[in-house]
Design a protein. Structure first.
Length: 699
């Protein structure tokens, strides 16, 4: 691609970037202005636009887009051929250039321009008093209420690739990408209104040519149902192009001779809605959204079909030109992120969406288990029931699978296996749960066989010494799994695994003949935080009846513990139980770390930045489902501590366990860790680069 650099770039700030500045973490604030306008009054329209541009710059936005033909008003119709109006639009543009001289924000405005003795509907891009590019409209609507071909020429009728405008030479055409040297993941392309309504919008090619932020200057009038369709159109284009899409629209002041206007402006990112203006307002508006440029870049790297499309269209893409400029961003000062970051990325905060998610995940697990049973010709299951979350949910899935096949739930053999540290509460919960499910229930005391194993090993515990080391713990885990497999042999059943995605990520499972292994595992791609809500969803919908609801809520209220070490050896100050989260950090933070590591590949510094934004204010009103959630607020030091545990365990010492996991269904786009699915990694990697990055996080 040919690159042109307009004039000398502004000197960028060289101070050390602030951790609290969104631009340090490859976000970009983009703004959409909907100015109040007057038809055929460029001076008024230009000043309204200038005020919004100043506001956008003061707000820290690096891009500000304004409506199609906004300096004249879209409804000027045949007045576009009047010289005073055209001269007035250029004068308004000159005024905006002067206003922009000390502003880093890239502005994009719409106006009619005379080029080669013809008139074009154009988007003009400028920054710091310099024109960067002029992009004409490609598709002119000439149907229904539209008759733009009466006034304008289409982009492909132009001859020149460079024009002189207001004394400056500037790139002209539609195949232009505008790139920021000091924010390299921000690459702009602009199209105009109808362009995005076509089968193959110009922005589709621009995205393949590297544009990450697609801007549409629109003056779309409003009719019934059009607002929702705009959302679909903009959302889908942003998703298909793996880009941010910034959509403007004309508002109050346009002529209502035959049409009406609502001033709808939208910002989407890869199919996700970020921001929208207030419709039908008789005032100027500015809306802004923080776009995650790294997310867009990584999605393009991850989805090989995007690269295939680039290769397929390479001859056309080589015709794109790149215009480079520099923002001169000051990253030394804090600029907080203004963007919703879910505390629980695997669990929707909205109750309706969460129930839909739980229902779908549950049925994915059930369908997968049914298929495994059918294909194996085996109608029975053996499952270890601890009275904790994971085995509870696996048993619920197993029961529904039996119901779906019309087989009795007695085909499930649930086994609770108390060991040296099993509490009365969890044992009681396991027995109550199996009773409510209606499966066959057994209790096997594994202590005698564990004592024999410890004696055979010459372990100090066999001689009465209170040594509760990893051998002591894993003997119990191994005995449980060994019993399950032999019971499966004895009864003609499959062993159903219970371990979840969070445990697998942290290596919090006993390898081989331990909870790491089973014949099939329905939970392996479901994180701990989602399992909690799946169990709660079953409870609150009373799928096990009222008594079943009570036992499920009791299980949800139980501290997460492997129950392998006796209470007298538990950490001082704890509840008396061996606490999993005391060892490996709170699961709500670890699942946050996991999501942004395996789904987006973010660095520890960016994950910590997002975590503090998400978890730094307990007063936020978007906690999933109200009062039962512990409203924790985590300072940056705690976020960093837990993230260090994650990095150390995930990138070193745990991969060998993930490299040989049993079959399990993938349930969500958040990723799985199966070597046959989303995650293929060496077992001998080092965490040094991740730990070095983590050390950049301030204390």
């Amino acid at each position: 691609m040919q690159a042109t650099t307009p004039s000398t770039p502004t000197a960028a700030a060289h101070a050390r970037p602030s951790f609290d500045n969104l631009y340090t973490h490859d976000f970009a604030r983009v703004a959409v202005g909907v100015p109040l306008c007057r038809v055929a009054d460029p001076a008024f329209n230009g000043e309204q636009t200038a005020q919004l541009l100043r506001e956008a710059a003061a707000d820290g936005a690096v891009v500000a887009a304004f409506p199609e033909l906004g300096l004249a008003a879209y409804t000027s119709d045949d007045l576009f051929h009047q010289r005073p109006l055209l001269d007035g639009c250029e004068a308004a543009l000159a005024h905006l250039l002067a206003v922009s001289k000390d502003l880093p924000t890239v502005a994009i405005v719409g106006l009619p321009l005379r080029i080669e003795h013809r008139l074009f509907n154009c988007a003009v891009v400028f920054q710091r008093g310099r024109l960067l590019a002029v992009l004409p409209k490609t598709y002119l609507p000439n149907y229904g209420e539209f008759y733009e071909a009466r006034q304008f020429n289409a982009a492909d009728e132009a001859i020149s690739e460079e024009i002189t405008l207001l004394g400056q030479r500037v790139a002209f055409g539609t195949r232009i990408v505008i790139a920021a040297s000091d924010l390299p993941l921000l690459r702009l392309h602009v199209e105009i209104c109808e362009d995005v309504w076509t089968p193959i919008p110009p922005s589709s090619y621009a995205a393949l040519a590297g544009a990450t932020v697609l801007v549409n200057l629109s003056a779309s009038n409003i009719t019934v149902g059009k607002s929702g369709y705009r959302h679909q159109l903009v959302g889908q284009q942003s998703a298909r192009c793996l880009a941010a899409y910034v959509y403007t629209s004309a508002g109050a002041g346009e002529s209502s001779t035959d049409l009406a206007w609502d001033g709808q402006a939208l910002v989407y990112e890869n199919g996700s809605f970020l921001a929208e203006s207030e419709r039908f307002q008789r005032r100027s508006q500015l809306v802004a959204a923080d776009v995650d440029l790294e997310r867009l870049s990584r999605e393009r790297m991850r989805q090989t079909s995007f690269g295939d499309s680039v290769r397929h269209h390479a001859p056309l893409l080589k015709a794109f030109r790149t215009v480079e400029f520099e923002f001169g961003l000051d990253r030394a000062q804090p600029l907080p992120l203004r963007r919703r970051v879910e505390r629980f990325p695997y669990v929707p905060a909205d109750r309706q969406r969460r129930d839909e998610r739980c229902n779908e995940v549950f049925h994915i697990q059930v369908q997968a288990l049914v298929q495994r049973l059918v294909s194996s010709g085996i109608h029975k299951l053996v499952i270890g029931i601890s009275g904790g979350l994971d085995s509870t949910h696996a048993l619920l899935v197993a029961a529904r699978a039996m119901d779906q096949m019309g087989w009795p739930r007695s085909n499930i053999l649930g086994v609770t296996m108390p060991g040296f540290a099993t509490g009365d509460r969890t044992r009681d919960q396991a027995l109550r749960l199996m009773r409510e499910i209606g499966c066959e229930a057994r209790e096997i005391d594994i202590r005698p066989s564990c004592e024999q194993m410890l004696k055979d090993l010459g372990h100090p515990y066999a001689n009465g010494e209170p040594v509760y080391d990893v051998t002591f713990e894993n003997v119990q885990a191994g005995e449980r799994t060994s019993h399950l497999f032999r019971l499966a042999n004895h009864t003609g059943a499959l062993v159903l695994g219970t371990g979840d995605l969070s445990e697998l990520a942290l290596g919090w499972c006993t390898y081989g003949v331990g909870d790491h292994m089973s014949h099939y595992n329905v939970n392996a791609s479901v994180p701990k935080t989602l399992i909690q809500y799946l169990v709660r969803w079953v409870a609150e919908t009373e799928q096990l009846g009222h008594a079943g609801r009570d036992v499920l809520l009791d299980i949800l209220g139980t501290e997460i513990s492997p129950e392998l070490v006796p209470q007298e050896a538990a950490a001082e100050g704890s509840s008396g139980l061996q606490s999993t989260e005391d060892r490996i950090g709170r699961y709500e933070l670890q699942d946050f770390n996991l999501f942004y590591t395996i789904r987006h590949g973010y660095s520890p510094t960016k994950i910590a930045f997002l975590a503090r934004h998400a978890w730094g204010d307990r007063t936020r009103g978007d906690w999933p489902d109200g009062e039962h959630v512990r409203r924790n607020e985590y300072p940056l030091a705690e976020i960093k501590r837990v993230l260090r545990i994650f990095v150390s365990r995930f990138f070193r010492g745990s991969q060998f366990k993930r490299s040989c996991v049993p079959n399990a269904p993938k349930v969500g786009s958040g990723g799985s860790l199966s070597p046959r699915g989303d995650w293929r990694a060496p077992s001998d990697s080092e965490p040094a680069v991740w730990l070095a990055d983590l050390d950049r996080i301030p204390d």
